[in-house]
Ligand binder design. Structure first.
Ligand SMILES: NC(=O)c1ccc[n+]([C@@H]2O[C@H](COP(=O)([O-])OP(=O)(O)OC[C@H]3O[C@@H](n4cnc5c(N)ncnc54)[C@H](O)[C@@H]3O)[C@@H](O)[C@H]2O)c1
Length: 270
């Protein structure tokens, strides 16, 4: 427990709908004080004192500072969990999009995550079992046709996660990511790529929320002290694929030769 209120605290970006909303609700049910932030305050969270809600555009460092100060003023100055969830997607052939859409995806999916990590660090440092969880994607396993930019941004999220896991793990801050495949949220409205048609949409936002909460609770269950730190650096799970398909693809990518991975992705996404 690190909050003044006695409950653990979590800040979730992009919590207005979809995976962010489901995750916010799941953490609240588990007893957390939840900062549910999005471009606009989350209407669904108003009037429920388990939630603090407000505007946070993840591409704006000043907005990060303000949201973190607001939430942690109710949690004794510490942040136990940050969930970098806000994200954008376009799923079309690369040349059907535009410079503006490319920039928007990089700004939100990459810079938004970097800014969140930087802004939250001093607050995570003050928590007893801090966890930073990034929403990555199965599209970080192999570049996805018709999702080139999205896929590239999730490779970046993978890189940020791996680097900070190594850098901050010894300081006791766990950094990890979740990798769902297709989840039936508003993000996929109007998206009709060959990959989606071939693999289908089989996950719900609740499935992802459950895994995010489990990662945070897994950190708490880890042994404390030097042993915990050694185990954390050597053996802790960094990436968690969500769902049967993503798990199989992730596992295959760890053992199969690159050419085989390319071939199977070509089959699945064309
Ligand atoms: N839906 C999927 O199939 C899927 C699969 C794998 C990973 N993901 C990832 O999960 C995360 C959540 O996706 P979702 O499906 O719930 O999407 P969604 O579109 O339903 O929700 C995304 C939320 O992010 C918010 N947002 C957008 N730009 C923002 C900004 N600049 N600042 C703050 N908030 C902003 C939106 O307002 C929205 O509420 C994303 O990072 C996404 O890439 C989704």
């Amino acid at each position: 427990m690190s909050g003044a209120s006695g409950s653990r605290s979590v800040l979730i970006t992009g919590a207005g709908r979809g995976i962010g909303e489901a995750t916010a609700r799941r953490f609240a049910d588990a007893g957390y004080l939840v900062g549910a932030y999005d471009l606009e305050p989350c209407e669904w969270a108003r009037g429920d004192d388990r939630f603090v809600t407000g505007s946070l555009d993840v591409t704006d460092p000043a907005a990060w500072e303000a949201a973190l100060a607001e939430l942690t003023s109710r949690s004794g100055g510490a942040l136990d969990v940050l969930v970098n969830n806000a994200g954008l997607l376009y799923g079309t052939p690369f040349m059907d999009a535009s410079y503006a859409r490319d920039s928007a995806l990089v700004d939100v999916n990459v810079k938004g995550v970097l800014y969140g990590c930087r802004a939250a660090y001093p607050y995570l440092q003050k928590a007893s079992a801090p966890t930073l969880i990034n929403l990555c994607s199965a599209s970080a396993i192999y570049g996805q046709a018709e999702m080139a930019v999205y896929s590239a941004t999730k490779f970046a999220v993978r890189g940020i996660t791996e680097a900070l896991d190594l850098e901050w793990g010894p300081q006791g801050i766990r950094v990890c990511s979740v990798w769902p495949l297709y989840v039936g949220t508003g993000m996929l409205e109007g998206v009709n790529t060959a990959g989606m048609r071939n693999m289908g949409v089989s996950l719900t936002e609740g499935d992802v929320a459950e895994e995010v909460l489990d990662l945070a609770q897994q950190t708490q269950r880890a042994p404390a002290g030097l042993l915990g730190r050694i185990r954390g650096v050597l053996g802790r799970e960094v990436h968690r694929p969500v769902g049967r398909q993503a798990k199989a693809m992730y596992l295959a990518s760890q053992v199969a030769p690159g050419r085989l991975i390319r071939l199977s992705n070509k089959r699945l996404t064309s």
